[in-house]
Design a protein around this ligand. Structure first.
Ligand SMILES: Nc1nc2c(ncn2[C@@H]2O[C@H](COP(=O)(O)OP(=O)(O)OP(=O)(O)O)[C@@H](O)[C@H]2O)c(=O)[nH]1
Ligand SMILES: [Mg+2]
Length: 311
């Protein structure tokens, strides 16, 4: 099968980098395009903390999507610096960039900065106006006009990542801008992220979704043990790390109710991902100001050195 595809001279392949302000729907879009939930999503900005790589293979080509952390204007702390670093360095690998924006008829300073960065990169840009389901058509048109003034994109597509609207059109546009090339991954590959890391991300997602404002930004999740007891059962022990003793109390909740809720919802998703029954045990730890501590960041996997091109 693979040889057959590789022999096809019109087969296209390459990296499509998904970039934009926090919370515009980058991860939701990637998940919908590949048809599987790999990147975690939430209403809170700064949900994505790394470069997440997934693969979509069709008859026409193979798209390697790189989801990135939302582009912050100010780092605020070392974690913020790391997030900005990941997004910028991922742009260097792009064959085509999907620039996601909100369907609003005005652009902020953050959007202008991204437009400048994209122009400098010299990569073809597809302007993607997301969340088209939330506004009237006229407003989508107004948004397009505003953003096309900042940068002349190769193409513009309005979509709803959440509802899956207009994604076929977007996919065709992406493929048009990828070079003719080989199939890098076999057609069953969806991601090369490992189950252990994905499980940690699922736990972080459930915590983000369950917790209120102040706490979520300061949490990280560490997998302490990940053991496949047999073909049907996985034992996982994980720690939710937070910044303050008061946050620890909130995460545990009254009589342990909050932690129980996070654990139960996470377990369901991890079981679906692994296809196995999961015993999940959660702990909560305090690491004061870990977001400003280089060593702690590295130990949580937020490591600058990990972000080279992988091929
Ligand atoms: N109505 C609507 N909501 C959307 C759409 N796409 C994403 N969302 C919602 O927007 C919120 C943010 O989505 P994410 O995919 O986590 O956004 P992101 O850009 O990856 O965010 P960061 O990783 O924090 O930068 C979530 O609550 C999504 O459900 C859309 O097309 N329509
Ligand atoms: Mg995201």
């Amino acid at each position: 099968m693979m040889g057959e595809i590789k022999a096809n001279e019109s087969f296209r392949s390459g990296y499509a980098v998904i970039l934009g302000r926090p919370n515009v729907g980058k991860s939701t879009l990637m998940n919908h395009l590949i048809g599987q939930k790999i990147a975690i999503t939430s209403r809170k900005p700064q949900t994505t903390r790394g470069r997440i790589e997934t693969v979509l293979t069709t008859k026409e080509g193979q798209v390697i999507f790189l989801d990135t952390p939302g582009m912050l204007r100010k780092a605020g702390n070392k974690l913020g610096e790391y997030l900005i670093d990941v997004s910028r360095s991922t742009l260097d690998d792009a064959d085509v960039v999907l620039w996601l924006v909100e369907p609003r008829p005005y652009a902020g300073e953050g959007d202008r900065e991204i437009a400048e960065l994209l122009k400098k990169s010299g990569r073809p840009v597809i302007l993607v106006v997301n969340k088209a389901d939330t506004v009237e058509k006229a407003q989508v048109a107004a948004a397009i006009e505003v953003f096309e003034k900042l940068l002349t994109p190769a193409e513009t597509v309005a979509v709803s990542a959440l509802r899956g609207q207009n994604l076929d059109e977007l996919l065709s546009a992406i493929l048009r801008h990828l070079p003719v090339g080989p199939q890098y991954y076999d057609e069953d590959t969806v991601t090369n992220e490992n189950l252990r890391d994905l499980a940690a991300e699922i736990i972080r997602e459930k915590a983000l979704r369950a917790l209120n404002e102040e706490v979520p930004h300061g949490i990280a999740v560490l997998i302490d043990t990940y053991k496949e007891r047999d073909e049907r059962l996985t034992d996982i022990e994980a720690s939710i790390v937070c910044e303050k003793p008061s946050h620890k109390g909130i995460i545990i909740g009254k009589g342990g109710a909050m932690l129980k809720k996070i654990g139960q919802t996470a377990r369901v998703d991890i079981e679906e991902l692994t296809g196995k029954k999961v015993f999940l045990k959660l702990f909560v730890k305090v690491r004061k100001n870990w977001r400003d501590n280089e060593g702690e960041l590295r130990s949580f996997g937020y490591d600058r050195r990990k972000h080279g091109r992988k091929d």
